[in-house]
Ligand binder design. Structure first.
Ligand SMILES: [Zn+2]
Length: 388
C-alpha cells in the first residue's frame, strides 16, 4: 500500500473565494488564540493539550463570536491539531517554536473532513464538506480521501489530499534500459526512445525572460511594475508546471516499462560550478528525475541502478570499449577502432545500459537493440509527491 499526495488548482467564483478567505482567516484566528492561551497557561505551570483547548474554546469562547458559528467547526478541530503538531515538532527539535500567524504574511490555509465519512473526488466537480460542489481545472481520478486541505498561493486556491493506492507491477517491455540525461534533450534511452524538452517549455522560458526584462525597466513599485510582477510570477509557474509534467512523463515511462533502469549518479553540485552548464542542468532537474525514478521503480517493481558518476559514459565506445575525449560540441561518437558512428547521447545511454548493479567495469553491448513503441504513457500526473 502506498500513499499518493495530490495538489491541484481550484476553479472558484468570487463568492467561493471570499468564503475560502474567511475560513483561512478563521483558522489563523484560532491558531493565534490557541497559541496565546497555551503560552499564558504555560506561564502558570499548566500544559494544555488539544482536547482541553477544544473544550474550552467551544464552551466559553465560540459563543462570544457569532461570526464563527457560520463557518465549519472542522476548522477549529484541525487548527488545534496543527498547533499540537507544531509543538511536538518543536520539542523534537525539528522546527522552530510556533509563531503567531500574520495576515498576508503567513500562508492562508485550512483543513476539513467529513466526520469520518469518505470524501469522494473524481472528474472536474467534487462534493466536499462545507463547500458542497467545487470545481478543479484538472480532471481527477475517481478516489476517496479522509480530509482535504485548502491553501492559497498568489491569489489562487489549491486543494490537496492524500489517497491510498495499490500499485500493481506492470508488464515490462524491456529488461534493462540506460538513460542519458541531457541538456538539449531531456533524456536519451538506450532503446533509442528520446524524450525531448517540450517545445512549450522553451517558449515559456523565452516569455519569462522577456517579462523579467520588462520588469527591470519599470519604476519600482509603480502600478505597471506590480502588473508585470504578477505576470512574471505566473510565467515562472508555467515554466515549472511544464517541466514537472515532462519529468513525470519520463519517470513513469521508465519505471513502468523496464525491468531495470540505469541512471547516471550525477554529482549535480560539482556540475553546478560550471556556469555554462548550470542553467541547463538545473532546468533538466536531474535530482528530481532521480528521486522520482526511485519511488516509481519501487511502485512498479523495477530496479533502479545508479551508475558510478566518475565513469565517462560519453567517452567510451559502446561497441568496442575504445576511449576518447568527447568535448560537448561533438554530437556524434565516431570510433576509430571499430568504425561505429552513433549519436553521442545514445552511445552514452548504451554504456549505461551495460552496467550491472554494483559493477564498475564497462562491457560492450552486443546483440540487437530492443525496440519499444515511441509513445510514453499519456496519463497526466498531478501527484506532487509520493510516499509509503
Ligand atoms: Zn568502437
Amino acid at each position: 500500500m502506498s500513499f499518493l499526495a495530490y495538489k491541484t488548482k481550484l476553479k472558484l467564483n468570487n463568492q467561493q473565494k471570499t468564503l475560502m478567505r474567511r475560513c483561512a482567516g478563521y483558522n489563523r484566528w484560532l491558531w493565534n488564540w490557541g497559541l496565546d492561551l497555551k503560552q499564558k497557561a504555560y506561564a502558570e505551570g499548566i500544559k494544555l493539550n488539544k482536547s482541553q483547548l477544544r473544550k474550552f474554546y467551544t464552551n466559553h469562547v465560540k459563543p462570544l463570536y457569532p461570526w464563527q458559528s457560520s463557518l465549519s467547526s472542522k476548522i477549529y478541530q484541525y487548527a488545534f491539531i496543527d498547533l499540537d503538531e507544531a509543538y511536538k515538532r518543536f520539542f523534537k527539535g525539528l522546527a522552530q517554536y510556533p509563531r503567531f500567524k500574520k495576515k498576508g504574511k503567513s500562508s492562508n490555509s485550512f483543513t476539513l473532513d467529513a466526520s469520518g465519512k469518505p470524501i469522494m473526488i473524481g472528474g472536474h466537480r467534487h462534493k466536499l464538506p462545507f463547500f458542497n460542489w467545487l470545481k478543479t481545472y484538472e480532471k481527477l481520478p475517481i478516489c476517496s480521501t479522509k480530509k482535504v486541505t485548502f491553501s492559497e498561493e498568489g491569489g489562487d486556491w489549491f486543494i490537496s489530499f492524500v489517497i491510498e493506492v495499490d500499485f500493481l507491477p506492470t508488464e515490462k517491455l524491456v529488461d534493462k534500459v540506460g538513460v542519458d540525461l541531457g541538456i538539449s534533450k531531456l533524456a536519451t534511452l538506450s532503446t533509442e526512445v528520446i524524450f525531448e524538452n517540450p517545445k512549450a517549455y522553451a517558449k515559456a522560458l523565452k516569455r519569462l525572460a522577456r517579462l523579467q526584462r520588462d520588469l527591470s525597466r519599470k519604476v519600482f513599485q509603480s502600478h505597471s511594475w506590480y502588473q508585470t510582477k504578477l505576470k512574471v510570477r505566473l510565467a515562472h509557474r508555467k515554466v515549472a508546471d511544464i517541466r514537472s509534467n515532462g519529468i513525470h512523463h519520463l519517470t513513469s515511462y521508465l519505471a513502468k516499462n523496464h525491468g531495470a533502469v540505469v541512471l547516471e549518479d550525477l554529482n549535480v553540485k560539482g556540475l553546478m560550478k560550471n556556469r555554462h552548464l548550470s542553467k541547463a542542468l538545473s532546468d533538466a532537474a536531474f535530482g528530481i528525475i532521480r528521486t522520482q525514478t526511485e519511488y516509481k521503480c519501487e511502485r512498479y517493481s523495477s530496479e533502479l541502478i545508479l551508475a558510478d558518476r566518475f565513469k565517462p559514459s560519453s567517452q567510451i565506445c559502446s561497441n568496442c570499449g575504445h576511449r576518447q575525449k568527447m568535448p560537448l560540441s561533438v554530437r556524434v561518437y565516431s570510433c576509430p577502432e571499430c568504425g561505429m558512428k552513433k549519436d553521442r547521447d545514445l552511445n552514452a545511454s548504451l554504456n549505461l545500459q551495460s552496467i550491472v548493479a554494483g559493477s564498475v567495469t564497462l562491457r560492450s553491448v552486443d546483440g540487437v537493440l530492443p525496440t519499444v513503441p515511441c509513445e510514453a504513457d499519456s496519463k497526466r500526473q498531478s501527484s506532487l509527491s509520493s510516499f509509503g
